[in-house]
Design a protein around this ligand. Structure first.
Ligand code: ADP
Ligand code: MG
Length: 200
């Protein structure tokens, strides 16, 4: 597979739609040079969201550990030392959050798309996500607030974390027929070796 064929799944979460950031988010991915190959709006079911987050059998452990470390890095005591206990609560809150309204599901394609879209999107917790990233620029939220309120962190976007995760998530959200294979004119300047079609 040529690197330009890499694909990732992005979901604009219900808060992203409600904040009227659909255009802003799409613009950020589009202007880098990525190609949109599938897009739809839907209100996901509880089952669909639970399956989405548990496609990766390690997600429960990793997310729990990441959360525990987040507390410790701030000098705080995590609510539990057991990553699975932490993730059970996160998953319940995520289901409420992600089914609260319409979302935009998209597939983006291009070289290093998984890694670059994660970079543009920013870290999970908006309090600590980088300035210039979408989460850093357009939203405020923290584990401190979500813990106090017993809810999921509102960070506008889901983006696949790895190429394997992207493949599984794309299959979960889209059928083959919904994905459009096409050429984008700008791909020539991004990927062509010789650039021999420009001069008159
Ligand atoms: P990311 O979306 O950055 O890949 P994860 O896969 O770790 O993050 O978690 C999935 C989603 O679950 C996050 O985007 C966020 O909405 C929510 N979430 C994760 N960890 C927590 C937490 N400790 N407290 C509240 N919500 C969380
Ligand atoms: Mg993730």
């Amino acid at each position: 597979m040529h690197p330009k064929q890499e694909r990732t799944l992005v979901i604009i979460k219900p808060d992203g739609v409600q904040r009227t950031l659909i255009g802003e988010i799409i613009k950020r991915y589009e202007r880098v040079g990525f190609k949109l190959v599938a897009i739809k709006m839907l209100i996901p079911s509880l089952e669909h969201i639970e399956k989405h987050y548990t496609l990766d059998p390690n997600w429960r452990r990793i997310t729990g550990e990441k959360t525990i470390n987040g507390y410790k890095n701030k000098g705080l005591t995590p609510p539990s030392e057991d990553p699975y206990e932490i993730t059970a609560v996160i998953l319940k809150n995520l289901k409420t959050y992600m089914t609260s309204g319409p979302v935009i599901a998209m597939i983006w394609q291009g070289a290093h798309v998984v890694q670059i879209i994660r970079k543009l999107t920013g870290g999970t917790e908006p309090l600590t996500s980088d300035i210039g990233s979408i989460r850093g620029d357009f939203v405020l939220d923290s584990y401190q607030m979500t813990d106090a309120d017993g809810r999921a962190i509102r960070n506008l976007i889901h983006a696949s974390g790895t190429i394997e995760e992207a493949e599984a998530e794309i299959n979960h959200w889209f059928t083959k027929e919904e994905i459009i294979n096409y050429h984008l004119v700008q791909e020539q300047i991004l990927y062509d070796v010789n650039l021999d079609g420009i001069k008159e």
